[in-house]
Structure formats: structure tokens, C-alpha cells
Design a protein around this ligand. Structure first.
Ligand SMILES: Cc1cc2nc3c(=O)[nH]c(=O)nc-3n(C[C@H](O)[C@H](O)[C@H](O)COP(=O)(O)O)c2cc1C
Length: 219
């Protein structure tokens, strides 16, 4: 049984009056969660749709509050960090973090980046020590798994693919996931959405199958 943190980030809803507008990444993540539920693998479930309700962007006051020792923070600084504290707490208690994301402009949506920016925070999710030489950052959290579910309009973003060098989505999230305490990453990708052809249909069907088999692996 796992404690799940599920983050969706598409600006589209999972279900719309016109089904062709439904978010593919949210549908895939939903399928994964439904299969986990069916297998009774979930002991706690937290959900955030940062596409619909994005966390605020960080700013200089946020940074000032982060670098002020906890006991010296003003009430205003504590308020400034309240959302960050809450989001970090949600990460801390999770065993599996499920992130579903579209590719926008070859990377993640700004809304999802805002979520990461609130969470990857000194003394909370990483430590910084120059005695470590050229790699002073170390994650504080550990032992979690990331399930990364992506959807894109084009194709060939995988290793060796024709657009590998244009993929700033999965590589970026995988790098950041270390600072969420994720030690293993499972990736499911649907491609070809913009072509709306058989290749898209096949890619989507394969991705749905993968969501269910991955959930079974966790059972
Ligand atoms: C603003 C915007 C930017 C996009 N940029 C890219 C892109 O850079 N590369 C790509 O392959 N697809 C791109 N797409 C297509 C989406 O990745 C694709 O429609 C995906 O299915 C969206 O995820 P969703 O179905 O979960 O909403 C873009 C779509 C939008 C709306």
C-alpha cells in the first residue's frame, strides 16, 4: 500500500463536453490511479491540478524568507512560505509521486515549473555544502518513486529519436525529481497528438496499456 501524490498539469480538463478536447496526460494518469485503486494499492491519496490551480511564482520576498532562519522569520515571511511548506509536506509523505504533463514549447508547463520552484528549497528538500566540492547540492528526501506521464503533439523525443535534442520535458523533470527524493523513475509517453492519425492512436493505446501494467507492478 502506497501513499500517492498525484499532480496533473495540463491546462485542459480531463473530461470536456467535446471529448476531442480532453487532456491526454490527465486521462493516462487517471487510468494509472484507477488501476492502483482496483488493486487496493493506495493507502493515502493527495491530488493537485496545477494546470487549473497553479501555485504562485516565487519572487525576491520568497527568496528572502527562505534564507531567513526559521525562528527569525516575520509573520509576513511565514505567510509567504505557507504554500511552499504545504506543497513540500505533501511530497514528504508520498511514496509514489505521479506527475502528468503535456509538452508545451518543448518543456513543461510554467504551472508545473512553479510547483517545482516552490518545492525544491534549501534546508527542506536539499542541503548545500561546499565541502562536497563541485557538487554541493544533496537531496534530503529519499526512497520515493516518480511515475512521469507525458503527452506531446510531435514525436521522436526518446533516446535516439529524431527530436531527442529538443526534449526539455522528461530530462528536466527527471533531474528535478532527485530533489523530491525520487530514486526510481517510470516514464509513460503518448506522442503524435497533433497528427491525429493511426500513429497517435497506437501510441495512445500503448500508453494506456502501460499505465495498467505499471500499476500492476506496484501491486
Ligand atoms: C501551448 C502549447 C504548446 C505546445 N508545444 C508543443 C511542443 O513544443 N511540442 C510538441 O510535441 N507538442 C506541443 N504541444 C502539443 C501538446 O503537447 C499536446 O497537445 C498534448 O497532448 C497536450 O497535453 P494534454 O492532452 O494532456 O492537454 C503544445 C500544445 C500547446 C497547447
Amino acid at each position: 500500500m502506497y501513499s500517492i501524490l498525484h499532480i496533473d498539469s495540463s491546462i485542459r480538463k480531463r473530461v470536456n463536453d467535446n471529448p476531442s478536447h480532453d487532456s491526454i496526460s490527465k486521462r493516462l494518469a487517471h487510468s494509472f490511479i484507477e488501476k492502483l485503486k482496483e488493486n487496493s494499492s493506495i493507502k493515502a491519496y493527495q491530488y493537485r491540478d496545477v494546470g487549473m490551480n497553479p501555485p504562485p511564482f516565487t519572487d525576491q520576498d520568497w527568496l528572502g524568507a527562505v534564507f531567513t532562519p526559521q525562528r527569525s522569520r516575520s509573520e509576513q515571511q511565514r505567510q509567504k512560505l505557507a504554500i511552499s511548506d504545504q506543497l513540500i509536506q505533501e511530497v514528504k509523505v508520498a511514496d509514489i509521486i505521479v506527475i502528468s504533463t503535456p509538452m508545451y514549447n518543448y518543456g513543461m508547463p510554467a504551472q508545473l515549473k512553479a510547483w517545482f520552484d516552490q518545492i525544491v528549497r534549501i534546508h527542506e528538500t536539499f542541503s548545500f555544502d561546499l565541502n562536497r566540492g563541485d557538487f554541493p547540492l544533496e537531496p534530503i528526501l529519499s526512497g520515493k518513486s516518480l511515475v512521469l506521464i507525458t503527452s506531446c503533439g510531435e514525436f521522436g523525443f526518446e533516446k535516439g529519436g529524431v527530436r531527442e535534442s529538443m526534449n526539455h520535458l522528461a530530462p528536466h523533470i527527471k533531474t528535478l525529481s532527485k530533489y523530491l527524493g525520487c530514486e526510481q523513475v517510470f516514464e509513460i509517453a503518448s506522442e503524435y497528438q497533433e497528427f491525429a492519425d493511426l500513429r497517435h492512436q497506437n501510441s495512445l493505446e500503448t500508453a494506456f496499456v502501460e499505465t495498467r501494467s505499471l500499476a500492476n507492478k506496484f501491486a
